[in-house]
Write a protein that binds this ligand. Structure first.
Ligand code: NAD
Length: 304
C-alpha cells in the first residue's frame, strides 16, 4: 500500500507513489530528476505527445487520467501554467485528482499560482483530509535542467518537512511561511525581475541612441551598481544575439506581475511602479502575443 503523509512522516522514495502533472518547459526536467533520484513517478499532461516523449526519454509511467493518478498516488506535484488550471485539475474537472486521492495524501503546487487562490484551495482540500504545500520555483529552465532551482515552500510546518525529500532532487528549498506565502514571494520576485529587465532594456535603447554599443552598455552595467539578473543572465545570452530562447513565455511573466499586483491590492499597497510595470508587460503581450519568449519584451520597449 502507498505510504501516506497523515502522520507527516517524510516521504520515502522506497514507498511513495508520486504523480507529476504538467511536463512542459519546467516540469519535464523536474520530473526527470525525480525519476533519476529513484522516485516512482507517473506523469500526466493534456499534451499526449509530451507524455510519450517524456516516458521514452526518462522512464516513469503515463497516467490514464487524473482520478486514476489520484488513486495510485500519495503525493502529487503540479507544474501548470496558473492556479486556475491547478484548481481544475485538483478539484473541479469532470476527471480530477480529488476524486481519487485518499485522506493523508499531499499535493505540492510548484506552479506560480495566485496566493489567495492557494489558501482557498488548501482550506477545501483540508476538509477532505488532503494536504497542500505551495512550492513555486525560480531559476528558469536552466535551473530546472541543472537541478539548481530556488524552491520557495509554504504550508504547515510538519507537512513541509514531510515533502522535503521529494523536493530535494530539484533544487534548494527556502521556507517562506504559511500556505500561500511561497506563491506570494514568487510572484513578487517575478515583478522585481520583470521591472529589472524592462529598466535595462530602456537603458540599452537610450544608450544606443546616444551612440554606445549595447554589449558595451551591458558589460559596464554588469561591473556597476545597476546590474541585475537580466543584465547578467539574459542580455548577452538571449537578447543581443536575438536567440530569445530563455524558455519562459511573455504571457506567464505578465500573469505573474498581475498576480503580484493582486497581492498588493489585498494588502492595501498602492505599488505605483508595479502597476506601471504591469501596464508595460500587458501592452507587450497584446502586441507580440503571450507565447513568445519573455525576453522579446525588448521589441515592445523599442530597439534600433
Ligand atoms: P509550459 O507551458 O511549458 O508547461 C505547462 C504544461 O502544462 C504544458 O505541458 C501543458 O500542456 C500542461 N497543461 C496545461 N493545462 C493542463 C491541464 N489542464 N492538465 C494537464 N496539463 C496541462 O510552462 P512552464 O514554462 O513549464 O511553466 C510552468 C509553471 O512554472 C508556470 O506557472 C510558470 O509561471 C512557472 N515558472 C516557469 C519558469 C520558466 O522559466 N519557464 C520559471 C519559473 C516558474
Amino acid at each position: 500500500m502507498a505510504q501516506t503523509t497523515n502522520t507527516h512522516r517524510p516521504l520515502d522514495p522506497k514507498t511513495a507513489k508520486v504523480g507529476f502533472i504538467g511536463i512542459g518547459n519546467m516540469g519535464e526536467p523536474m520530473a526527470a530528476h525525480l525519476i533519476k533520484a529513484g522516485w516512482d513517478v507517473q506523469v500526466y499532461d493534456t499534451d499526449a505527445d509530451k507524455v510519450r516523449r517524456f516516458t521514452a526519454a526518462h522512464g516513469g509511467s503515463a497516467a490514464a487520467g487524473l482520478e486514476a493518478m489520484g488513486q495510485r498516488s500519495n503525493a502529487i506535484v503540479t507544474m501548470l501554467p496558473d492556479g486556475h488550471i491547478v484548481r481544475k485539475v485538483v478539484l473541479e474537472g469532470a476527471d480530477c485528482l480529488a476524486k481519487g486521492l485518499a485522506r493523508g495524501s499531499v499535493i505540492i503546487d510548484m506552479s506560480s499560482s495566485a496566493p489567495v487562490g492557494t489558501r482557498e484551495l488548501g482550506a477545501e482540500l483540508a476538509e477532505r483530509g488532503i494536504g497542500l504545500v505551495d512550492a513555486p520555483v525560480s531559476g528558469g529552465v536552466k535551473g530546472a535542467v541543472n537541478a539548481a532551482l530556488t524552491i520557495m515552500v509554504g504550508g504547515d510546518g510538519a507537512l513541509v518537512q514531510a515533502v522535503d525529500p521529494l523536493l530535494a532532487p530539484m533544487g534548494k528549498r527556502f521556507q517562506a511561511g504559511s500556505l500561500g506565502s511561497a506563491h506570494a514571494v514568487k510572484v513578487l520576485n517575478n515583478y522585481v525581475s520583470a521591472a529589472g529587465l524592462a529598466a535595462a532594456a530602456e537603458a540599452v535603447l537610450i544608450a544606443r541612441r546616444f551612440g554606445v554599443d549595447p554589449q558595451t552598455v551591458i558589460n559596464i552595467i554588469n561591473a556597476s551598481s545597476g546590474r541585475n539578473n537580466s543584465t547578467e543572465n539574459k542580455f548577452a545570452q538571449f537578447i543581443l544575439n536575438r536567440k530569445f530562447s530563455s524558455g519562459f513565455s511573455l504571457g506567464l511573466m505578465a500573469k505573474d506581475i498581475g498576480l503580484a499586483m493582486e497581492v498588493a491590492k489585498a494588502c492595501k499597497v498602492e505599488a505605483e511602479l508595479g502597476h506601471a510595470c504591469l501596464a508595460l508587460w500587458k501592452e507587450a503581450e497584446t502586441e507580440l502575443g503571450g507565447k513568445v519568449d519573455h525576453t522579446e519584451v525588448v521589441r515592445h520597449i523599442g530597439e534600433d
